[in-house]
Structures are given as C-alpha cells and as structure tokens.
Design a protein around this ligand. Structure first.
Ligand code: SIN
Ligand code: FE2
Length: 195
C-alpha cells in the first residue's frame, strides 16, 4: 500500500537484544498493564509506554496520558529507539510516545486506525521483536479489503502518507518462532508524534 514501507531485517540479532534490554528497563520503571477497551473488556495485549505521553485506554475511551496509571512518570524513550526514528523518519522532530506492546501466545489486536494524534503528516514507526506476527492492513475505511504480512523480529514498518490512517491489526502471533525473548512472545514498539 502507498505510504507503507517495510524494512525487513532492519535490526540484526545484536541490535535486537540491546533493544530488549532497553525495554526491560522501561518495563521495570513503568510496569505493563492491560488497558480496558471503551467497552470494558481487558485487551489481550499488555502495554506500557516511554516518552512525553503514554497511550492509554479505559471506559472513557482511547487517549494519551501524561502518566502511567500507577501515577509514575513515563520513562524517557531509549536512545537506541530514537536513533531508529531519526534515521528512518526525521532528525528534526522526535516522537512523543513509544508505546510498548507485549503479545503473549494468545494475544491479538483487532483492526483499528491510529487517530489519537494531532498531526497525521507524521508517520507511525513500528519495531517488531520476538515471535512472528501476522499483521493485517486495509484501507482508510472499515470493512474494505485487507492484506496480511508476517512481521518478524528485527523488522521495522513505517506507515505514512495514505497508509497513515489505514486500518490495521494483528491476527495472531506464531509462538516459538523466535528465541529473542526467553519466555517467548512478541514486543512491538510504536513511535508516534502526538502533539
Ligand atoms: C498497533 O497497531 O498498535 C500494534 C501493531 C503491531 O503490534 O504490530
Ligand atoms: Fe495501531
């Protein structure tokens, strides 16, 4: 799709392991939690964030929050993560949020648009670590045709232009396809400009 760029194998094994170390430190400071959907159901993906804002959801809806639900400040976005953004998106403007999504064996994410940000001219950059995930992407309206692609550990996906508001989600992960995380699962890092 126009505006979508997949950098397959962008990060080598050493870089991936270093990022996992960075994310462990983020999770130690700001623990993973299961947001509630606006319909009151806990999401199967566990989340936390780094940066100026964290992405949050509960019965009041989807939004960015200045603090973790436990009241702690979000930790800073790790330098290694910012370097990827600066290289592939912009050296002028850093992202405001690094959402950390953790997918256990059964987790999935339904089709949605990323539209809680103020300026859609900035792309969304997403980094995959750990087990493979079947990522699904469609058009900018719900219910149209979709296509799927397997995202593997070390892949980086940039959604800009027409793809910035494309519906997307994760059908499932494939447990046991990566040894990066000793207990399995998948981490996805999503970088976004919010303000
Ligand atoms: C998301 O859309 O928030 C996550 C996408 C992914 O896990 O690859
Ligand atoms: Fe998304």
């Amino acid at each position: 799709m126009a505006g979508a760029a997949l950098y397959s194998g962008y990060l080598d094994a050493v870089e991936q392991a270093a990022l996992v170390g960075d994310i462990r430190a983020v999770v130690a400071a700001a623990p993973l939690f299961s947001p509630l959907t606006p319909w009151g159901k806990p999401m199967s993906v566990r989340m936390t964030s780094a940066g100026k804002y964290g992405w949050y959801s509960d019965r009041k809806g989807y939004r960015y929050a200045p603090r973790h639900p436990d009241g702690i400040d979000w930790p800073p976005i790790p330098g290694r993560v910012l370097a990827i953004w600066r290289h592939l998106v912009s050296a002028e403007r850093d992202p405001d949020c690094c959402l950390v999504n953790f997918y256990g064996a059964k987790a999935r994410m339904g089709l949605h648009q990323d539209r809680d940000e103020a300026d859609f001219r900035w792309p969304v950059l997403s980094i995959s670590l750990g087990d493979d995930a079947r990522f699904r992407i469609g058009g900018t309206t719900r219910g149209g045709s979709t296509e799927s692609v397997w995202l593997r550990s070390g892949d980086v996906l940039v959604l800009g232009g027409e793809a910035r508001l494309a519906y997307h989600g994760v059908d499932r992960i494939a447990p046991g396809t990566s040894t990066l995380l000793p207990n399995g699962g998948r981490i996805n890092l999503t970088l976004r400009v919010v303000d």
